[in-house]
Design a protein around this ligand. Structure first.
Ligand SMILES: Nc1ncnc2c1ncn2[C@@H]1O[C@H](COP(=O)(O)OP(=O)(O)OP(=O)(O)O)[C@@H](O)[C@H]1O
Length: 831
């Protein structure tokens, strides 16, 4: 017998290492210095057997020693002949030297003898200090010898022929047992093994879960590949990881009391419903691969599991559902792994955009759809884009939730200021209400017609509400534009977001019922709406308020519409302020819109200038900012119609983009100059003609916002470009609106310093690379290319004759192009 083996056995027998020298052969001989051994912790208290760094490290140094010695011996010797485990075989498998349970001895704690076709393991009973025994891949049928190992913590007896469950005297503290791949058909009574933390019984013949009632420390239970049909016998166990995959389970049940469950594997069963998983708040991983989950609604059972990170539904009929992956990700956004694939951020965004797109995404899609359909139509020059694409067509949009009163306000406003405004009638597929007139309130069309019109590229924006379509057609705007009027429309936030993507740059007035009860009452009083419609509308109040808060400057103005008469009074005053209309304009409003115009109203300063109800050089179009707003902004206030915050942000982005593209940032002075209004340029004479000199300072700060010389000292380095809409030349005249086409095409000639009317005027010799690539593309050139150049004016739509007795307003200003009649809306850029 080799020395090493002798030593092991002797050590086993003596059980002791003492400080005093012992006769040779009686104790284990160690080459390593015992002093170097790190004292082991109390191994009985270890949670994870054999993983104590202290014990393990020391053992690593030494555990090879006996095996090496044995290897030097006769390798041909048969180990454990006849399947009877012998000491030599055990000697080869011993490892992990550590302290014995009583802390007095150095002992091997682990024995591993796999694959020896062992039948009899009686000899193991003599190794009383063993804490971990690994005897897989043998032919063991009887485990009773292990009853003699009182300190056994971990047993791996998988791949044997065991048919009786742990039928041995329980060790003190057996915590982990692996009996997978055996012949177990009955779980028996595991009460004696109440210390069990982990029990693996995979690939047996078990058909019933039982005997675990007393295992109050069981965290991990694996019963994969058995014959289990019903989940039971697990009540109140502290299970964290339960594996019941590949059984015959049809229903998830009796898991309610497993409050600590984190990982659940039910793959390879016959489960159809996820009912029974709800309420397991700690569940992190659910594997349901290869089951029969078919219904997407089942996801609702697990979508509230906040800790859920991994879900596997591969090989379930639910996978046939279109966009199944995105649908699941949308419903359970916390997932990091789905169907064995990591979830990408892009997928989560795609899921959100597909199933609950933000208002902005809805609007962007709506816009794209209309642009594409429009593009497919024969191109036209719209009256509302003239005199050039840089000139925003004047529009007023009243925005607000359903029943906020915006529609009534719009109609009332158009009635009263019919020389300025026309009502842009939207289309809808909803059925008309009793008092509604087709063509006045809406154009009422069928859904089919509406959708056909979409495909015909007729809409600027659309919006779907309560299964009905709403939309504003280009023709509705055009009809008003041809009259030379500013278009007033009302719509919901979604419509505004689409409109913000278009080239229209309307004024947006938020009409908001701030008192929700009053709003609710108004909706109920109408008697049109269903209960859930009212609920949804009231919820949308919050969306509006939040949007207004989160996007300062998004709306130009907000009007509280709790009291509709009061709201109209505000709106009226605002409009008059914009238009520069005299308060002497008779207040034609009657009940319920009693306007109350007092002497103290701030537009009174205009009285002298606009007593004839003329525009006084101010328009509804973007550059005209009410005095109150302009004052708040100061002399550097926005002239582009954006809110001040939007404007600042826009400027920053603009200059940053310029810097990146051209490596050049125009001085702030120039940037400001280029922000001057591109519409309704107003000459100094015109302002003087309005008697601005005699008005209060209030007017002086607001009126000249399109006159650089008033706001800023003239820069001798900056050339005044005649004909540019940004030009502030006082030599303006109300020339042909169409002549702008000439100047626009002129402006983009190669090498011309006037490359684009909107391009910043950088210096006396502008460098061509100061111009953003996008700025080099003048859409007017595209128009010109299509034949709408200066020589083909005849292609432009002819103005219709003036319809019925509308008053011509203002003097000395150009008409709104396309109308040639009303001198109402923005005067044309001077040539
Ligand atoms: N083109 C459009 N784009 C977006 N929203 C629109 C459009 N036309 C109408 N809407 C809005 O759709 C909502 C539903 O309109 P509808 O006329 O059916 O309801 P209502 O109860 O009469 O609403 P309201 O009294 O607010 O006008 C209203 O808020 C309306 O302003």
């Amino acid at each position: 017998m080799a020395d090493g083996v002798d030593s092991i056995r002797d050590y086993r027998v003596s059980d002791t290492i003492t400080d005093t020298p012992q006769p040779e052969g009686q104790y284990y001989h160690m080459d390593a210095d015992p002093d170097n051994l790190v004292p082991a912790t109390d191994i009985l208290t270890l949670d994870d057997i054999g993983q104590s760094p202290d014990v393990g490290d020391a053992a690593d140094m030494l555990e090879c020693e006996p095996a090496a010695k044995v290897d030097d011996e006769d390798d041909t010797q048969e180990l454990s002949p006849g399947g009877v485990l012998d000491e030599e075989t055990v000697a080869r498998g011993l490892s992990n030297l550590g302290r014995s349970a009583n802390g007095m001895n150095q002992v091997y704690l682990n024995a591993s003898v796999p694959g020896f076709s062992l039948v009899d393991i009686s000899v193991l009973g003599e190794y009383v200090h063993l804490q971990k025994v690994e005897i897989p891949y043998n032919a063991i049928t009887d485990l009773t010898p292990l009853g003699k190992l009182p300190h056994l913590l971990s047993l791996d007896a998988s791949h044997n022929n065991i048919s009786k469950m742990l039928d041995f005297t329980p060790p003190l503290n057996l915590q982990s047992v692996d009996l997978s791949y055996n012949q177990l058909s009955d779980m028996g009574d595991l009460s004696p093994h109440h210390a069990l933390k982990k029990l693996v019984l995979d690939n047996n013949l078990i058909s019933e879960i039982k005997g675990l009632e007393k295992c109050r420390r069981l965290h991990v239970l694996s019963l994969a590949h058995n014959n289990i049909e019903t989940i039971q016998g697990l009540d109140k166990l502290p299970l964290r990881d339960l594996n019941l995959c590949h059984n015959k389970i049809k229903k998830i049940e009796n898991l309610d009391t497993l409050h600590q469950l984190q990982v659940l594997n039910l793959a390879g069963n016959r489960i159809r419903s996820l009912q029974g998983l709800e309420g397991h708040d700690l569940l992190e991983s659910i594997d349901l691969e290869d089951n029969e989950v078919i219904d997407a609604s089942e996801i609702s059972e697990i979508e509230k599991l906040r800790m859920l990170r991994e879900l596997n539904l591969l090989r379930n009929p639910i996978q046939e559902m279109p966009d199944c992956r995105l649908a699941i990700l949308f419903r359970i956004p916390s997932l990091t792994e789905l169907d064995r694939h990591k979830v990408k951020v892009e997928e989560k965004i795609a899921a959100k955009n597909m199933f609950d797109p933000s208002l902005e995404v809805i609007a962007a899609r709506d816009h794209i759809m209309h642009v594409v359909y429009n593009f497919l139509q024969p191109s036209r020059v719209w009256d509302s884009t003239l005199p050039n694409v840089e000139t925003p067509y004047p529009m007023l949009v009243l925005v607000g939730p359903q029943g906020s009163g915006k529609r009534d306000l719009a109609i009332k406003l158009v009635d009263e200021f019919s020389d300025y405004f026309g009502y842009g009638v939207s289309h809808t597929s909803r059925t008309p209400k009793a008092d509604e007139v087709n063509g006045k309130n809406y154009f009422f069309v069928t859904s089919e017609k509406f959708e056909m019109d979409i495909k015909m590229g007729q809409f600027v924006q659309t919006y779907r509400n309560n299964n009905s379509w709403y939309g504003l057609q280009m023709e509705a705007i055009e009809g008003v534009a041809r009259e030379g009027l500013a278009c007033v429309v009302h719509m919901e936030l979604e419509g505004v977001l689409t409109l913000k993507n278009t080239y229209f740059e309307p004024r947006y007035v938020l009409v908001m019922p701030l008192d929700q009860e009053a709003h609710e009452q108004r909706l109920r009083d109408r008697g049109w709406y269903l209960e859930d419609q009212i609920e949804r509308t009231l919820k949308k109040d919050d969306v509006y308020c939040k949007y207004n808060q989160d996007h300062p400057g998004f709306f130009d103005m907000m009007i509280n519409s709790d009291d509709i008469a009061d709201a109209y009074r505000h709106l009226r005053r605002l409009v008059m302020d914009y238009l520069g209309v005299s308060p002497s304009t008779p207040d034609t409003s009657s009940q319920p819109y009693q306007t109350d115009i007092t002497e103290g109203d701030n537009y009174q300063a205009m009285t002298g200038a606009a007593s004839t109800n003329a525009l006084g050089g101010r328009t509804w179009s973007k550059p005209s900012i009410p005095d109150s707003m302009l004052q708040a902004r100061g002399p550097m206030g926005s002239a582009t119609g954006r809110g001040i915050v939007e404007e600042e942000s826009y400027k920053r982005r603009h200059s940053a983009a310029k810097e990146v593209v051209a490596g050049y940032v125009p001085p702030i002075y120039e940037q400001i100059l280029t922000q001057f209004p591109r519409t309704a340029p107003q000459t100094v004479e015109e302002q003087q003609g309005l008697g601005l000199e005699s008005t209060s300072d209030n007017r002086a700060t607001s009126a000249p916002n399109n006159n650089a010389t008033t706001c800023f000292p003239p820069n001798p380095d900056i050339p005044i470009i005649p004909g540019s809409p940004d030009s502030t030349s006082s030599n303006t005249s109300s020339g042909s609106n169409l002549s702008d086409l000439d100047s626009a095409t002129e402006l983009q000639r190669p090498g011309s310093p006037k490359a684009h009317p909107g391009a910043p005027v950088a210096s006396t010799q502008p460098a061509s690379n100061d111009i953003l690539p996008t700025e080099k593309v003048n859409p007017l050139s595209l128009i010109a290319e299509r034949g709408y150049n200066s020589s083909s004016k005849s292609r432009l739509p002819e103005a219709r004759p003036l319809s019925g007795g509308r008053q011509l307003l203002g003097s000395g200003h150009g008409n709104r192009p396309g109308s040639e009649r009303h001198k109402v809306l923005p005067p044309i850029a001077a040539q």
